[in-house]
Design a protein around this ligand. Structure first.
Ligand SMILES: [Zn+2]
Length: 468
């Protein structure tokens, strides 16, 4: 036994030229092997051999006659790695000719991957690497020795097998969803947008498409069917009316839910900023350009909530400061600078309107903490009343915005859903783009996102019994 092992080892070390690899490749016999150098510095085994001809290969499909070997072609197929060395098979493939009807055919290679000049084993290995999801196309290309485009073609086919019915139609949702989230994201060049719809409980992308927002919703409803839609209770979205209208048109039972994030974004972008600009203009016209200048710098202060400012002041007092990256670090000497909160108080004393913004922001925060719809509704109504009473056009606009979306705003108290999970996917989209996926092939990019949303999905623990 020991003797046999020694003999095998010595064969490998003494003569690489006659090394034979065991083969599970049906019909292929390895006759000799040569190790070549490659430009990448990795060795390449050239596994020469013979492909046997079966009786069935010789039968003419047209007339049933026995065919003759008419010609031979040299054939190379990339195969699995041996350690760090790549390998390819080299053998001859026959062309047959039927003497009776003159039909020709090429010998089938049973272990060749369809559509590729690689073995089925290498295809399977490549697919497994891609399925792991932790390698970029470039890395898989490096590991397998295949070209990046070949790896991409293999991945596209893999994703189509997994997530489409016939190569183009997406699979139906795997389960009934109760709450959906819909959002838009920027495609590669930033000019085009795509919309995706996710199941809020699983985080799975259920639909992803280009095009007009309403049409995307209609296509999604066609895809899943009205019966499935009947099981859906709520959809989280931004306040753009297109999505909402499209769902209302086809499925009026579905409750839109507008989350805190979008409300605050509207408030910051369209009220706080505008009021500040107006105020700046007023100060400049009054010849108080220095005051106007300082107001420019207060944008950040105005946009943070009082609680955040308090915390930061406390941390500054404790000797902790925020670095630019947002990480806390300990400062050796405690220097208490005038707190941002003090600056804030001075500001709002100077300007009643800013004070109103402050109150509204606090109230919005409270409203989104309300345990049930009636409590939330009364807080939102109060905010609307303040907006209308302010006689400021930006605040009145905000009041009308809340008025028009009232139901969808207070529905938050019942459903407690937000676009948070879909924002998480948007971050993954950015990562994928950085890794060079997709562009300019949106079909591939969409399937890749579909796949990524089905990977282990880490989300915050549910905050409400809706997730039973
Ligand atoms: Zn024939």
């Amino acid at each position: 036994m020991n003797y046999t092992q020694k003999e095998q080892i010595s064969t490998i070390t003494s003569s690489q030229s006659y090394l034979r690899f065991p083969s599970f490749l049906s019909g292929f016999t390895n006759t000799d092997s040569i190790l070549h150098d490659s430009s990448s510095g990795r060795g390449v085994f050239r596994l020469r051999g013979v492909l046997e001809v079966n009786d069935s290969d010789r039968i003419c499909q047209e007339c049933g006659g026995v065919m003759h070997i008419h010609n031979t072609f040299s054939c190379n197929l990339w195969h699995l790695n041996f350690g760090q060395n790549y390998s390819f098979l080299e053998f001859e493939k026959k062309q047959f000719l039927c003497p009776a009807c003159k039909t020709t055919k090429i010998q089938q290679v049973p272990f060749q991957a369809q559509g590729h000049r690689i073995t089925a084993e290498l295809l399977q290995y490549t697919r497994d690497l891609l399925a792991a999801g932790s390698y970029t196309l470039k890395q898989v290309a490096e590991i397998t020795g295949l070209g990046k485009n070949t790896v991409k073609t293999i991945d596209l086919k893999r994703l189509k097998d997994k997530y489409t019915i016939d190569g183009t139609t997406l699979i139906k949702p795997e389960r009934q969803a109760r709450c959906l989230s819909i959002d838009e994201f920027k495609l590669h060049n930033g000019h085009r947008y795509a919309t995706h719809i996710i199941d809020l409980q699983t985080g799975h992308i259920l639909w992803i498409a280009h095009g007009k927002r309403k049409q995307v919703v209609f296509d999604f409803i066609d895809h899943v069917g009205l019966e499935w839609m009947n099981g859906v209770e709520a959809v989280a979205s931004d306040m753009n009316s297109d999505f909402q209208e499209a769902f209302e048109e086809k499925c009026p039972h579905i409750q839109p839910v507008f989350d805190h994030f979008h409300i605050i974004k509207n408030f910051n972008d369209k009220v706080v900023s505008e009021v500040r600009k107006d105020e700046q203009r007023r100060l400049e016209e009054d010849g108080r350009s220095k005051d106007a200048e300082s107001l420019k710098k207060t944008r950040y202060i105005l946009m943070s909530s009082r609680e955040t400012l308090k915390r930061k002041d406390r941390e500054a007092a404790d000797g902790k400061v925020l670095s630019k990256s947002g990480l806390l670090f300990q400062k050796p000497e405690v220097i208490r600078k005038p707190g941002s909160e003090e600056k804030y108080d001075q500001l709002i004393r100077e300007n009643k309107l800013l004070f109103t913004l402050d109150i509204i922001k606090e109230m919005l925060s409270e409203a989104y903490k309300a345990p049930r719809e009636p409590e939330m509704a009364s807080l939102i109504i109060e905010i609307m009343e303040i907006c209308y009473a302010s006689e400021n056009k930006h605040l009145q606009w905000f009041g009308r915005l809340m008025d028009r979306h009232f139901e969808g705003i207070i529905a938050f108290a019942t459903y407690r859903i937000s676009n948070g999970p879909i924002e998480g996917i948007n971050n993954k989209i950015k990562t994928l783009r950085r890794q060079g996926y997709g562009y300019p092939d949106d079909e591939y990019f969409f399937l890749k996102l579909f796949d990524i949303s089905r990977k282990a999905y880490v989300r915050n623990p549910p905050s409400h019994k809706i997730y039973d």
